[in-house]
Design a protein around this ligand. Sequence first.
Ligand SMILES: [Zn+2]
Length: 458
Amino acid sequence: MCVPSNLFYMVDLFLKKGINQKWPTLRSRSSKLFKKKPVEVFVKTKMTTSVAKKRFLVNQMPDFAENQVEVPTEQIIKQINEYISDIRENFQPTERNGKDGLYLGTAGVAYMYYHLSKVPAMGARREELLREAVEYLRPALDVCTYEVNEMNIPGLLLGNCGVYAVASAVFAATGEEKESLRYRELYNDAAKYCKELNFLPYGSDELFVGRAGYICGAIWMSRQTAKAFKTEDIFDLCRIVVLSGKQYAQSTKTPSSLMYSYYDVEYLGAGHGICSILLILMSVPGYLDANPLDAKVVQDAVDYLLSLQDEHGNFPAATDEIKNQSNELIHWCHGAGGVVYLMAKAYLSWKNDKYLKACERAADLIWEKGLLRKGPGLCHGVAGNGYVFLLLHRLTGKDKYLHRAIKFSEFLEDAHFKQMARVPDNPHSLFEGIAGTVCFLSDMLQPQNAAFPFLDVF
Ligand SMILES: [Zn+2]
């Protein structure tokens, strides 16, 4: 089976399969920073025509050479301000834009403002940023009041719970404790919906709408609000995730100790795949220590994934791609750009250099082939791949990776990139659009705390 090159296909498929008939048809919006080209014309400037047809633009920027690395703070703040103006102008906090969860809707922009409010370099603007966060949350919270299908409620990136988690964090930051508690309770209450082994008919364990996403959001909300998550519920859900993965692996006789499918595809990457499921299991404080048998199958599954890294440093998008030697997708959602978070967590947890080497190989590949034509975003764009360097910088302390992250941020301003990049379907959103790019840029201002949204492995 051909694995879709664009995660959006899966989102679309998810919509088509009718899990939630109320999700609107996905729509295109314009962005003044990334204009749609009238005709797909490949211009020979820095690239050859054959290369131009590839998924990425050739990286001709200088790599690190033992020089001083200095984050261009003023330039980055200027970029952030331009993106924010674009969002304010073209993606307003209306109920229409409030749909589609954190992934595409205004709640994702609220997340961006909240994230900015925590960046020390933005400290003078904290109150204004939090006000904007609340403004962009409101329509998403309104949408949640009529999105009452039990299957949709627990979803982190496409569902109500992601909106509740951000609301709880934002209201805690604004000092509105009652509101914060209200959304935390709504979040916690949703655990009951995903305790059924197959609560979704097409795969119940992945990050966007499944159990791993729910657990991930609970951990994130707990960290943000400094309030403990409900350990009994979260541990129950971890047990169910492991059971589900064991049962599937045994029934399909896969070589991995755990395996999952989503719409009949055994995805391996971060988008819908096993790598983010394993990462979340490893991220629940205390769970694997308390459950050594589960810890063993998780580590075996991580090692199985590690064995799939190809000679270039990439990972196949799904098991049916394993024998394909041209694993071309190098995104956060599919390939090395997402699996690297699991390998980083494995290195931090088990201190074995083989996981660190896997991260470094992935980062080298992303430096070479990570300037994606798909645009500036997180899920399958330049900022998502740029985050890998911030991860490696935190992991290793090496300036080389900070240098590479800076170069990726500069590339976003490159006139050639702006001309060649595709405009995402939702150009202002958190995962496809510039709201996510702003998160990446703002983390350049605090590289010691940088983390891809919801996936802080440290
Ligand atoms: Zn994607």
